[in-house]
Design a protein around this ligand. Structure first.
Ligand SMILES: [Zn+2]
Length: 103
């Protein structure tokens, strides 16, 4: 009885998908690994903020939105602002409905 040589290909360890970056460089203070993004699918809300200078950006998000999308949108907005005015005046939409909620 001839033993059938099975030419099993060597089992390669499953290649891990490179993890998507979720920490980015801050466009304001230029710190690396400073900006984190969060996505709230319930409220369709995405936010990025810098842990160092507390720069923030918020936008709408859906289930296809990735942290990098929020970040790149932020960068785009920054470039737009910089084009329009050389002054760094970034008035970001505040999602808080009222700033005068003094109890
Ligand atoms: Zn920063």
């Amino acid at each position: 009885m001839a033993k059938r040589k099975s030419r099993m290909p060597k089992l390669l360890p499953k290649k891990k998908m490179p993890k998507l970056d979720v920490i980015f460089k801050c466009p304001f203070c230029e710190s690396n690994d400073a900006v984190t993004c969060s996505i709230d699918l319930k409220d369709h809300y995405g936010a990025a903020n810098c842990v160092f200078c507390e720069a923030r950006y918020s936008t709408t998000a859906n289930h296809l939105t990735k942290p990098i999308d929020i970040y790149s949108e932020w960068i785009d907005k920054c470039h737009e602002v910089n084009k329009e005015a050389h002054v760094l005046s970034f008035e970001l939409e505040d999602t808080a409905d009222s700033a005068s909620s003094i109890i």
